[in-house]
Design a protein around this ligand. Structure first.
Ligand code: PLP
Length: 423
């Protein structure tokens, strides 16, 4: 594949040649595409809801059949016994986020998990109570931080400190994050950032932010909704304290599908780490003795409260099979080219007035480009939609485009370019 952007050409033939050279091009056939005029839509919205893996139905059917056939015995007799269902995701998730198998578990949904992890890792004192987060975070994250501060008796205006872009800039500089941490370090309890910001597509330096938080005597947690399945991550090595993500965006596991958490081994195995407990977090060996006195497992599984939501997790397995097959390294490599080529094409457009606010440095972005329109952004978006392009509109004036390496092609983004050129 040509990875030198000076050799890129804005032609359908060139895009086709890139697809022909792409080792991952056949993975596209593993997914259902929404149809537009009896043809596959140009689906560039995997940052919002990933496409359905064709294998999802078979796995969901398996659970329905096992339920019909075995009833309660399905907990042990099912092809994937339900009592252990959560364990069937662990290895794949560990690979995806760069963790060991004791550090991850699939459970609940993202915001619920964020709150549960905050209950463990935001234990503010009169001295240390501040949370530093990115300005312009996803609203759920803002509400979570705000209400966590209130729950502990703090004024969120004082407890939640935001770092934003400088005037005239769109992304956040690491030196400004560093300065803010330095400024508040005496009162700092926690630094919570997105992995990839949902609006700008900026990928933060998770390793560096974690180091800075630790140096200030605070902990570091990350919301990886837009990073998991998008960027190569090394959460264990980076010494991240905790993280959570959803699986319906780049992980293609279906609307509202199960989320996942990472808790660094050093906290996961420490039975003194506080958590709200339920029976599924209890030591496996004595779980069914049904006795008083919570004994947590020594892994991230101890954050589980309930038994696994089998129906809500089945499609996740279908999707993770594909990630296991491809591997994040290969996906990231294709992603680099696909996003760079998309950027190259968008920069050829002289008929539309927009600015790409996503960093141009591939190390600081994943597979999303956010186009900030000066005017008429919504009209462009509507036009794209009418031509069978599924992208994403964010108020007040941003179109987000996500060329997803798992199933998007170079011809997809070339077609986008042609349509935009005709607007
Ligand atoms: C998508 C997203 C969410 C959504 O939260 P749910 O609890 O899954 O509804 C939260 N935070 C971020 C950063 C997101 O991108």
């Amino acid at each position: 594949m040509i990875n030198n952007s000076s050799a890129y050409k804005a032609s359908r033939q060139f895009a086709q040649e890139m697809d022909d050279a792409d080792q991952l091009s056949t993975f596209r056939n593993q997914f259902y595409f929404p149809q537009h005029n009896k043809r596959d839509a140009i689906y560039l919205c995997g940052n919002s809801l990933g496409l359905q893996p064709k294998a999802a139905r078979e796995i969901i059917d398996q659970e329905l059949n096992d339920w019909a056939e075995f009833g309660v015995e399905g907990h042990f007799q099912a092809k994937r016994p339900w009592f252990a269902y959560h364990t069937f995701f662990t290895e794949s998730l560990a690979k995806l986020v760069g963790a060991n198998v004791k550090e991850v578990v699939a459970m609940n949904t993202l915001t619920v998990n964020l709150h549960l992890l905050m209950l463990s890792f935001y234990r503010p004192t009169k001295q240390r109570y501040k949370i530093i987060m990115e300005a312009g975070a996803f609203p759920s994250d803002m509400y979570a931080m705000e209400t966590q501060a209130i729950m502990h008796g703090f004024d969120p205006e004082k407890a939640v400190i935001e770092v934003g872009p400088r005037k005239g800039e769109h992304t956040i500089r690491i030196e400004d994050i560093e300065e803010t941490i330095e400024k508040h370090k005496k009162n700092l309890a926690l630094v919570v950032f997105g992995g990839v910001n949902y609006y700008t597509g900026q990928f933060f330096d998770i390793k560096k932010i974690t180091e800075l938080a630790h140096k200030a005597g605070a902990l570091a947690g990350f919301d990886l909704a837009h990073a998991t399945g998008n960027k190569v991550l090394h959460l264990h090595e980076w010494n991240v304290d905790f993280a959570c993500w959803c699986s319906y965006k780049y992980l293609n596991s279906g609307p509202g599908a199960v989320g996942g958490i990472f808790v660094h081994e050093k906290h996961a195995k420490d039975s003194k780490t506080f958590k709200l407990a339920g029976w599924w977090g209890h030591d496996e060996k004595t779980r069914f003795k049904m006795k008083k006195g919570f004994k947590p497992m020594k892994t991230a599984e101890s954050w589980q409260m309930s038994n696994a939501q089998v129906m809500n997790m089945a499609a996740h397995r279908a999707s993770l099979d594909l990630f296991d097959k491809v591997g994040m390294d290969k996906l990231a490599e294709k992603s680099l080219h696909l996003t760079a080529y998309t950027e190259f094409l968008l920069k050829q457009l002289s008929n539309l007035k927009f600015e790409i606010i996503t960093p141009s440095n591939p190390l600081e972005r994943g597979c999303q480009l956010s186009l900030l329109f000066k005017a008429k952004g919504k009209e462009v978006f509507d036009k794209l939609q009418s031509k069978g392009v599924i992208a994403d509109w964010r108020e007040p004036n941003v179109i987000r485009i996500a060329p997803v390496p798992m199933y998007n092609s170079f011809v997809d983004v070339y077609t986008l370019y042609e349509i935009m050129k005709s607007v």
